[in-house]
Write a protein of this length. Structure first.
Length: 323
């Protein structure tokens, strides 16, 4: 059993016990900006155990949110069952918040492992058993949910680039970094209707992106790029850009009544965001994120980018931001 002690923005120190060695190596690389200590724990524990010491004295009413999500006696139990695998997740709200995750493989899991790379298997397990539960701590503490986008700092301004996979968020973010921008988070951004939080984890880029610096992992299919800027607090965003691929390069301001609809479409179209928010659902079901988005302070824009025009889009964005 391996252990990581991490210090995350807002929620503070979190201890993560990881049974699987390959998963431990993967998780340590993803959280490298937040790891305080690593060690080997000689204990026979379940697959993943997460302890958050700042979450004491939490109490929840007994409630059943569905067949597989149940609060009872200050414990939350979530079951995830597919043809490939089964997860039993238990949140215990006593002196400290403890999240225990048991993982059972089904016969199809072994077929999947034969057809998939080791990276793909570790990536999937990391999301489902470590990253998503970590995100849920933000929902518990500050009513945060996940939105699909990149959070960047340009000079003293913060912006979000939102959109579905493949529209150019990571490529545009990388181009902005070359022009002195700071990436706070890529792909996963926490949002509570008012402020944003980003965890700075590696960005996965295709090999065709010519990156010389900050590459921390590389294989035959992709590379992980990690930028060293870490934002330790919640931030207010000035502008949000909803990216799409179009025939013409264009930035247009959106009607605030449509912003809520765009968030819902983008988040519902991103399976990783849906998976993450399943863990947040028990703590957010009475406080709908979508109802508060239209009241936020930032301005929102559609940003249409033709294929192969990322550099031109970068120049247009910098001009529009007046920086």
């Amino acid at each position: 059993m391996h252990n990581l002690i991490c210090n995350f923005p807002v929620i503070g120190k979190v201890s993560i016990d990881i049974q699987n060695t390959e998963l431990f190596v993967f998780a340590k690389r993803q959280f490298v900006n937040y790891v305080l200590k690593e060690s080997t724990v000689f204990k026979d524990k379940i697959f993943i155990s997460i302890k958050a010491e700042t979450f004491n004295n939490l109490e929840f009413d007994n409630v059943i949110l569905g067949r597989d999500i149940k609060f009872k006696n200050n414990e939350l139990k979530i079951k995830q069952n597919s043809r490939v695998q089964k997860f039993d997740i238990e949140y215990c709200f006593n002196d400290k918040l403890m999240i225990n995750i048991d993982f059972n493989k089904k016969p199809l899991y072994y077929l999947k492992s034969l057809l998939s790379s080791e990276y793909s298997m570790s990536h999937s397990l990391f999301y489902q058993t470590i990253l998503y539960p970590i995100f849920s701590l933000y929902a518990i503490k500050e009513n945060y949910s996940l939105v699909h986008g990149s959070l960047l700092k340009l000079d003293n301004k913060y912006i979000v680039l939102a959109g579905l996979d493949g529209v150019g968020k990571s490529s545009l973010s990388n181009e902005l970094v070359l022009r002195s921008a700071k990436i706070v988070a890529d792909n996963f951004v926490l949002f509570n209707g008012d402020k944003f939080i980003g965890l700075n984890m590696p960005i996965r880029l295709d090999l065709e992106n010519s990156i010389k610096d900050n590459v921390i992992y590389k294989d035959d299919n992709l590379q992980e790029v990690l930028y060293d800027y870490v934002e330790t607090k919640e931030v207010e965003v000035e502008k949000v850009y909803f990216l799409s691929i179009g025939e013409k390069l264009a930035i247009k301001q959106m009607n605030k009544n449509i912003v809520k609809q765009n968030w819902n479409l983008i988040n519902n179209g991103a399976s990783e965001i849906l998976g993450a928010n399943l863990f947040n659902l028990p703590f957010l079901y009475q406080n709908s994120l979508s109802e508060s988005i239209s009241e936020s302070k930032f301005n929102s824009y559609t940003f249409s980018i033709p294929k192969g025009k990322i550099q031109e889009a970068t120049k247009e964005l910098i001009c529009q931001l007046n920086i």
